[in-house]
Design a binder for this molecule. Structure first.
Ligand code: HEC
Length: 472
């Protein structure tokens, strides 16, 4: 144990220790070369000592490096190369010393030590470079010394892509995330800024980079298409690249006239770009337009009551750190049945989310659930609840989210809840609800999104009806 931590400790010093052989060996080579001239000929004994110290410190570096490398925190390929080139350096340093020591006194120049000295310089450089790559990452040499802090990636929430402004909601975030680190206020590589309309229109050192309507003449697009290994490819190799969708969208935007203020709906869209644009739409179009936690505060539930539930294995947590409203889940007690649900009644004012998924509950438990009139979310999926149980839930007028996946509940059964006008999302996949029920359900719950697993029943309102692909 102590031995292990001692060796770890020595390993830690590797990045410091390595500078010793580098410095000493470089000095040794310099003195060696100087000692060639008769003027410095008397340096020879000193060279011998310096080279000996260099070789010893190189060996020590190898040992400390080996100990550090065992930690496994490094890129194994580069580590391996660094390791063996490092050992090679130490071996050459030893040979160099031995050769030099043997040849001293002989008439100079002597070729072998010279060859070894040049080889040693190359190896030191290469080992150092690999070591730097290990600690700073690939390409650290070619990156700027004053590396910018990575621009923080942004993601716009787009509830309805057709209503989004093409430039500011869609194009700008891509440029922000993938180009601003080199083409904005902090840096203007190629004399180009891409962070405002004016700068984009102005272009870079080679002139205009955007030709509205002509993506094939626009450098901002053409450079994305170049071979990624090519120097002119943007973003440069090693930087976060654009996704295919992002590239397609830039192509579309430029060809549609590169407008900086028009909405998507006002721009031409062919069949190929439509799904790409739709995919930008935030997944949570079903996100409640109303908060699903009541705005009026509630008194805290008694710790004793909560403790009782917890003791029964039921998960009870506040919906947020500052809230007294509770989220209750039976997730860790799948065998619990109706009697456990009865315990919840005493917490009726506080419970807003309830997950009874995958439990042994029966319709009888719905008498208790119906008393939790603050519920906004209820999951009854993978249970034996039937239409009879659903009919009991009419008092839950605040319900927004209702999950009956994999139950026997039917379309007719669900219509018993037609009074629940806050319902926004109903998950009915693998339930007893048939495709033929869809128009009935649409009429009963005109405002809700009914998710069947593969698609969502179109929303009737307005002209934006789309059959939306399931998001997850
Ligand atoms: C890591 C830095 C970096 C990132 C990120 C980057 N670029 Fe560049 N860009 C450069 C450098 C360096 C040049 C100048 C060398 C050249 O012309 O290839 C350049 C030049 C350009 C030019 C040519 C300007 C001119 O007039 O010559 C265009 C156009 C360009 N970049 C577009 C982009 C776009 C679009 C993105 C984002 C998708 C991007 N760049 C991301 C570094 C970057």
């Amino acid at each position: 144990m102590i031995l292990l931590s001692l060796s770890d400790f020595i390993g830690r010093f590797h990045p410091v220790i390595v500078h010793l052989p580098i410095g000493i060996l470089l000095l040794g080579v310099l003195l060696h070369w100087l000692s060639r001239s008769t003027r410095f000929g008397n340096l020879q004994p000193a060279v011998r000592i310096v080279l000996l110290l260099g070789a010893i410190s190189a060996v020590i570096s190898c040992i400390s490096g080996w100990l550090l490398g065992r930690g496994g925190d490094y890129d194994p390929d580069i580590l391996n190369r660094h390791r063996w080139v490092g050992i090679g350096t130490a071996v050459i340093a030893i040979l160099y010393y031995l050769n030099y020591a043997k040849k001293t006194g002989q008439k100079l120049p002597v070729t072998l030590p010279y060859i070894l000295s040049v080889l040693l310089l190359l190896l030191i450089t290469f080992t150092g470079h690999l070591g730097g790559t290990l600690t700073h990452g690939e390409g650290y040499l070619t990156q700027d010394l004053f590396q910018e802090e990575e621009t923080k990636a942004i993601k716009k929430i787009i509830p309805d892509v057709q209503q989004a402004v093409a430039y500011s909601d869609i194009i700008q975030p891509v440029l922000h995330n993938k180009c601003y680190s080199c083409h904005s206020s902090s840096k203007q590589k190629g004399k180009l800024r891409l962070d405002t309309k004016e700068f984009i229109e102005k272009g870079g050192k080679d002139g205009k980079v955007l030709v509205p309507g002509k993506s094939d003449e626009s450098e901002v697009y053409e450079r994305l298409l170049l071979d990624p290994l090519e120097k002119k490819h943007m973003p440069p190799k090693g930087r976060p690249q654009l996704t295919e969708a992002e590239t397609n969208i830039i192509h579309w935007w430029i060809n549609a006239g590169a407008s900086f203020d028009q909405k998507v709906k006002d721009l031409p869209q062919d069949e190929k770009i439509k799904p790409v644009l739709l995919a930008l739409q935030s997944n949570n179009i079903a996100a409640p337009s109303k908060p699903d936690v009541p705005e009026t505060p509630v008194a805290a539930a008694s710790a004793e009551l909560i403790g009782k539930l917890k003791k029964a294995g039921i998960t009870v947590i506040p919906v947020s750190a500052e809230s007294n409203y509770l989220s209750v889940s039976f997730i860790s007690v799948p065998l619990k049945g109706d009697s456990a649900v009865k315990l919840l009644e005493s917490l009726a004012p506080q419970i807003v989310w309830l997950k009874l998924s995958d439990t042994k509950i029966t319709d009888a438990a719905m008498t208790s659930v119906a008393k939790l009139t603050n519920l906004t979310r209820l999951s009854l999926d993978h249970t034996n609840i039937t239409d009879k149980g659903v009919a009991m839930l009419q008092p839950l007028t605040r319900l927004q989210y209702f999950n009956i996946v994999a139950t026997e509940i039917t379309g007719n059964g669900l219509t018993a809840l037609k009074g629940l006008q806050e319902l926004q999302t109903i998950y009915i996949y693998q339930s007893g609800i048939l495709k033929a029920d869809s128009s009935l359900l649409r009429k009963t719950f005109p405002k809700a999104i009914i998710d069947t697993g593969g698609y969502q029943l179109p929303i009737l309102e307005g002209d934006t009806s789309i059959v939306k692909k399931k998001n997850d």
